[in-house]
Design a protein around this ligand. Structure first.
Ligand code: AMP
Ligand code: MG
Length: 353
């Protein structure tokens, strides 16, 4: 029997979600949340569709659990663990979902010229994330060189016809943490649509996708957190049918070494945690794309991200650099969807794409 840890309804105005806030004007929303993929998953529907919520949430919970079982590197029985154990050796046959996510990861790795890299795991662990030993001092350049020598998406050998994958270097590891939540949100969305759901929002922490309307003629309203004061929002995104949003933030997960904070997103080109970005929010036509790109653009920052944004259809971005006073850099098209909070109207800068 499906028992959510928290069932909240009705919800008025703003709901707090991990990474973002959600609201739908004065209308009421109904929502169920439960722990999944190391964070909190949720399904939200308009108050008028509240009677469907238990069935939607149950299907969503099953789907997310299935995806987590397949895509998590922390599931010892999962195919990703098997692939990682066999690094430097034989290939592994992947199920269609894992094959699809891995192929998309390699695609976004190429598009971002290595800023997104599903093999960054040795670096992530070296800095003390994902079960790596907590560090008293930062890794030495030699340790970073060592970890870099076991990373690199070009060493993933994927045969989409036979569904076989192989990691060419011993010690390599695949980590789909930068894209799997978005993929799971898309998988849940497809199942809910197939079930006949029309108006709903699915989220896994800061990765979300919205369909239909929360109330007649109104878009879903997704608040973007202020990375320097996460109790506050800097503005609201207006999303409609099928649009997704993902946020990568330096406040989400970090370690502190010798008094300096290091974010959980690594620059695979240097081996160091990304410095300079406080948050990146990507709005896209699906959540797999928004999730992968939010991680990639967090690494690239607004200047280097321009070519990726130009080359990728169906996405827009909001960058918040890690400096004060707060600046909100947005792509031109995002002006149609992003309404800054009145305190932050003057902080908005439009990128020259
Ligand atoms: P997100 O919160 O979606 O930005 O993803 C962050 C997670 O992606 C981290 O916890 C790591 O598991 C993984 N990761 C860290 N750096 C990278 C990177 N440069 N490319 C791809 N995945 C990464
Ligand atoms: Mg991501």
């Amino acid at each position: 029997m499906f028992r959510p840890i928290r069932t909240v309804w009705p919800i008025r105005a703003l709901i707090l979600a991990a990474g973002l806030t959600v609201g739908c004007g004065r209308r009421e929303l109904a929502r169920q949340t439960w722990p999944a993929m190391g964070t909190v998953a949720g399904v939200t529907v308009p108050g008028r569709a509240e009677n469907h919520l238990p069935a939607y949430a149950e299907l969503a919970r099953e789907t997310v659990r299935e995806m987590e079982g397949r895509l998590s590197q922390f599931n010892p029985d999962g195919v990703i663990s098997m692939l990682n154990r066999q690094a430097g050796g034989d290939s592994v046959v992947l199920d269609p979902d894992t094959l699809h996510v891995l192929a998309l990861s390699l695609h976004y790795a190429r598009v971002s010229r290595g800023a997104f890299d599903p093999t960054a795991s040795p670096l992530v662990r070296l800095w003390g994330f994902h079960g790596g030993a907590p560090r008293a001092t930062p890794p030495t350049p030699a340790e970073i060189r060592d970890a870099l020598s076991t990373a690199g998406y070009s060493h993933v050998v994927l045969n989409e016809e036979t569904r076989e994958a192989r990691l060419a270097l011993p010690g390599m590891k695949v980590d789909l943490g930068g894209i799997a939540k978005g993929y799971a949100v898309d998988a849940v969305s497809a199942k809910l649509k197939a079930m006949g759901a029309t108006d709903f929002m699915v989220n896994l922490a800061g990765d979300m996708r919205c369909f239909g309307e929360p109330s007649k003629g109104k878009p879903w309203r997704i608040g973007v957190r202020n990375p320097f004061n996460t109790a506050e929002i800097v503005g609201v995104l207006h999303l409609t049918d099928g649009w997704a949003v993902s946020t990568s933030g330096h406040y989400e997960r970090f370690v502190e070494i010798e008094g300096t904070r290091y974010a959980h997103i690594l620059d695979p080109r240097t081996g160091y945690p990304v410095a300079g970005m406080a948050g990146v929010t990507v709005v896209a036509t699906n959540a797999t794309l928004s999730d992968a790109l939010s991680t990639a653009l967090f690494v690239l920052g607004p200047d280097q991200a321009l070519s990726v944004l130009r080359e990728t259809e169906g996405c827009d971005a909001l960058f918040i650099p890690d400096r004060l006073p707060l600046e909100l850099w947005i792509t031109p098209e995002l002006q149609r969807r992003f309404v800054p909070d009145r305190d932050w109207v003057d902080a908005v800068r439009v990128l020259d794409l």
